[in-house]
Ligand binder design. Structure first.
Ligand code: 13P
Length: 252
């Protein structure tokens, strides 16, 4: 059965002390996770080790980084490799977030290299895809997302793809308060699953977790997570508030 995942993407927010407080509040909330349920926390790089320590007694809570570099190692001042993330205990790495694509000009081809390095180092990529508003308005979002999948993921073999989590994040819904409707999310998630089925077969498609991201909050999480092809969420703003994030986790 595929995993149900609620992942916190803190982005560039919180001091170390604030982050520690937030993690402590989440682990002390006494949430009972089901066998197939996973919580992922993606703090900024300098806090990874500390957060790893804070969650070590909570097997259902995993650690993610928000990015890694597309080369193995070497003279890339300021960059962080997949191997480094693995060495500090990261389980997952978010790759291809729309903010990285927009502000740091990450391309589908570069993301394919990052995906390979993450997998080679035992990390599960949380691969983000999703269309900007003009593409949604033109109703060409399916072709847009299909191209992102093809150019960054579909070089993988079926065994490698099993370790990938996909996050659909329509750019027009990120940080805008404008959430995709449950129907819009379900339609795109079903489309993504169908693309995977076409390339890798039905069993592979049924095994892959597809998360929704974009202004997810306690008031809409339940409806989104109830959709057949929505396997959880990648949460930005609401993941910075312990009560909101725990309420979202409990929305399954
Ligand atoms: P918001 O939840 O703040 O809209 O951000 C979503 C997101 O980008 C998660 O990666």
């Amino acid at each position: 059965m595929r995993k149900k995942i609620v992942a916190a993407n803190w982005k560039m927010n919180l001091t170390l002390a604030q982050g520690e407080q937030l993690v402590n509040d989440i682990v002390n909330a006494g949430i009972k996770l089901a066998e197939d349920q996973v919580v992922v926390i993606a703090p900024p790089f300098p806090y990874l080790l500390k957060v790893k320590q804070l969650i070590r007694n909570y097997p259902g809570i995993c650690l993610a980084a928000q990015n890694c570099y597309s080369e193995k190692s070497g003279a890339y001042t300021g960059e962080i490799s997949a191997e480094m993330l693995q060495s500090v205990g990261a389980d997952y790495v978010i790759l291809g977030h729309s903010e990285r694509r927009e502000y740091f000009h990450e391309t589908n081809a570069q993301l394919a290299k990052k995906i390979d390095l993450a997998l080679a180092n035992g990390l599960q990529p949380i691969f983000c895809c999703g269309e900007p508003l003009e593409v949604r308005k033109a109703e060409t979002q399916n072709a847009y997302v299909a191209q992102q999948l093809q150019e960054s993921l579909f070089h993988l073999d079926a065994a490698a793809l099993k370790n990938v989590v996909i996050a659909y994040e329509p750019i027009w819904a990120i940080g805008t308060g404008l959430t995709a409707s449950a129907q819009q999310a379900q339609d795109m998630h079903a489309f993504i699953r169908a693309q995977i089925a076409e390339k890798y077969g039905r069993e592979a498609a049924l095994g892959i977790s597809i998360l929704y991201g974009g202004s997810a909050k306690p008031s809409n999480a339940r409806e989104l997570f109830a959709c057949a092809d929505v396997d959880g969420g990648l949460i930005g703003g609401a993941s910075l508030i312990a009560a909101d994030f725990t309420a979202i986790i409990q929305s399954f």
